[in-house]
Each structure stands twice: as C-alpha cells, then as structure tokens.
Design a protein around this ligand. Sequence first.
Ligand SMILES: [Zn+2]
Length: 512
Amino acid sequence: MRLRCLAAGLLIASSIAGAQTTTHNPPAILIKGGQLVDGTGSSPRKADLLIENGIITKIAATFDATEMGNTMTIDATGKVVAPGFIDTHAHGDPRDEAAAFENFLAQGVTTICLGQDGSSVRVAEMEKWMRSIDENPTGPNIVLFVGQGTIRDESGTKLSENPTPEQLTTMRNLSEQAMKMGCFGMTTGLEYQPGLFAKAEELRMVAEPVGAHGGLVMSHLRTEDDDQLFAAMRELFDQGRAAKVPVHVSHLKSVYGKGAPRAEEILAFMDKARANGDRITADVYPYEASFTGLAILFPAWALPPNKYDEVVATKRDELAQYLRNRITKRNGPAATLFGTGGDAGKTLEQVAKETGKPFEDVLIEKGPDGGSAAYFIMDEALRQRLMADPHVNICSDGSPTMRHPRGYGSFAKVIREQVTDRKTMTLEQAVHKMSGLAAETIGLTAQKRGELKEGWAADVVIFDPPKVKDTATFENPKQLAEGFDIVIINGQITRQDGKMAGKLNGRMLRKR
Ligand SMILES: [Zn+2]
C-alpha cells in the first residue's frame, strides 16, 4: 500500500486494493469495507466511514461515493478501523526534533498527554508554548497537564517543606491560570523533588482549581513500593476528595509485589474507595521494567537541599548500606540496566564486575544525578491483572529518546501479547483501553475524540491485528512498531505503510 500524489489536486491513488478517485485537496476520505472497532468496547461491525474536513461525517453499513467527486477511497477490507490511540502518560518535547513523535504514530497513537510526573512547561511560558504548537503542528495531538512540581518551583516554594501562605496562594493561582489556558488537569510526582515536599494542605489547594475546571489530577504516587502502596494511593484519593477532583494513578504498579492475587488486593482497594464516592482511574504500561533517574535509589537525606558531596564525605557507610539493601530488595544489581551515559546498555552487576567494585560503590560514584536506568522490578502476572481492570487504560510512559522499549512498543505490545498471542483481551477491549476509556478519563470525549462516531474528530487507525508487532527491545529500544497501515490525524493521513506521509497535522488540544 502506497499513497502517491501524482500532482496536487489531480489524482490520489491508494494501493489498498487499488482504490482510487479523482480529488482535490483536502480530499474527503472514504474508508470502505473495514471492521469498525469503535472504541466504546462494543463488538466489531462492518461499516464504511466518511471523513470530511477532519470530522467523521458518516458511518453507514455501506456507502456509495460515486456521486461524491472529491473523495479518496481506502479499501479496508479485512482490516480493522479504530479510533487513534490516546497515550495518557507520555514524555518528550514537541518543540525539538521530536515534534513528529513517529515512535508514537507507529504504534497507532494519535494523541499524547504531556506534562507528567509533576513536571511541565512553566505556567508563565505555557501560552507561548501552546501557540508554538498551533503554529507548528506535531505528529500526534498534544494534551497538556500542568506539573505540580513545576508550579512549586515557579511559586518560589522550591524545596521548602513549609510553604508560606503567600506561596500557597501563588501555587493555587498558577494552577488556576494553567486550567484557564486549556490544561486538562495537573500531574504530581510525589516520589521526586520537589513534589516529595508537598503535604496534604498544599496538595488540596493546588488541586482545587483543577476540580473547579472539570480537570483531572494524575499522580506518580509518593511511592510505588508494595509495602507502602496503599498509603500512597490513600494520599491521592484524599487529595481528590478534599479538592473535589477525580484522580488517576499514573503507571499503576507494585514494586516488589508479586502475583495476580496481589493485583486483586490493589484493585479491591481502589474499588472500595470508588464505592465510597471517590473518582479513581489508572493507567498501566505493558512492561516489567520501570525507567527513571538514579535518584529513585537514593534516600531523601542524600538529595537536595542536602549536599551530596557532604553526604558522601560524612555518611558514606550508611549510604552504602542503604543502597545495598535497596538494590537487593529491587531484585539485585542485575535488575538495574543503565540507560544513559557511558554505561548505557550495561547492568549495574556488569559495571560492578568490570570495575571490580561493589555495586553500591558504583552507585555512590554515579550519584543521584548520574543518569537514568531501567529497573526490572515488576511482576508480569500482577501487571497483567492490573491491566485487565475496567478502570485501567493503557499508557506508554515513553518518549522518543528514552532507552526503554515502552516509548516505541507499548500499544503494539498490548495488541500482540494480549489480543493475538494470549487472547486474554478481545480486540475491542484492548482498543477501548487505548482510546474510548482513555478519552473519557482525561476529558476528551467532551471534545468528541476517542471513539468512532458521526460528528467526532477523525483520528483513525487502520490495521490488521495479527500483523501488529512491537519490535523495540531493551537491547534495541528505539525500533518503531509495525502493522499500523494508515494513521489518520484530524482527517489527514499522517503515516502510511511504515512511512511518514505528508505534513504533520497534530494539534494542541485545549480543555474547553
Ligand atoms: Zn512517573
């Protein structure tokens, strides 16, 4: 299948079963003969779908375009037609060379949510940032969340444990401004600086404007360690209740937790809170390794505002002991795979062997700012059970540059693994978790995105499910996924047959 534009405004021929019509731009697109998996979770049905000016204008059992001139026909016989996928937790900067985000497009993702883990563009620069995307379209559509950590920095609170009343008011005002500019909500990163300094009152105040504007608070919890997971979730649910805002657990997982029964307990904990009126959702990425900065391994007392050099000079033995215990608990040094710097691609165990040093000394020398790593700390059975929950959608937590396959493989992996190979999910369930459910969770259904319906935005993917494959691995993490034949964003073909096609058409989406 190759789309060739022989001459602007003359003929566009799509080789999907030789479909062709005369047209001028932008042509309407008629997708004929496909199995519609519409994103709501309902069963596939055969239907034709017409796209005009970026909108799905008609869905019908069969549709005759002969009287319609100006239309490009795509024969999708034997293929699935689905809403473009929505990644509720993504990373990357659209203003740099990553603007195309082909890593996401190749997975069928047509919208990504940025500003994660408490860190976003500053509120003072947000309007300009959004306008720059209006002026320079991206690959996928962009949804922005404001970062609580960013607001904390911007308010001058920074690493202070006790913000002044003025600082609290400033944080609340920044949150309000961000929501008025069109953010879909706020993210927190309570396991990271400066979020880890935030306490209940601050978390309530900064989230209230989010609730008032109908937004969502997404949280990288204070800890994801199994033994403290419920307390960390409780803190988020309390924030939601106090600030009257729905909350979302980002990349739900249990570090060290094992087995499906443990997942059942975690889900039951969430169900119980839901039964008490809390509005709670979560997303999961389909890998057993996390990826983040080495600071995640270090104790708070080795992080700013404390000076790392001084900590090493005065408490080296204590730090070594802490790191030894922490790594042992996190499945040992073979389970930490460096992703940046000269040791990228090597495990902590390998580096320790090569340098002849105990692994804790390797970490002490690198320090908390010494790069990032993948950590093989999750249990597959537990993760799969979490992923199956009806309130859990799929995310990648990936980026174009991160040395972790999730940025290139997540959505394709779920289809290959859960739908094609193991049959633990139906295609319509998987698609729902990647589109309709995600849209509903972040508030995009109100903008008519995330499902295939008449009058809704034409973000559409066409694929043959058994051909969908994630090819990215931990050894070669930056390999594009395969099998999404056509990716349509805002009514225009953006990627086709494994190649970018034409100009970027992703938009800055603003909450209205
Ligand atoms: Zn995170």
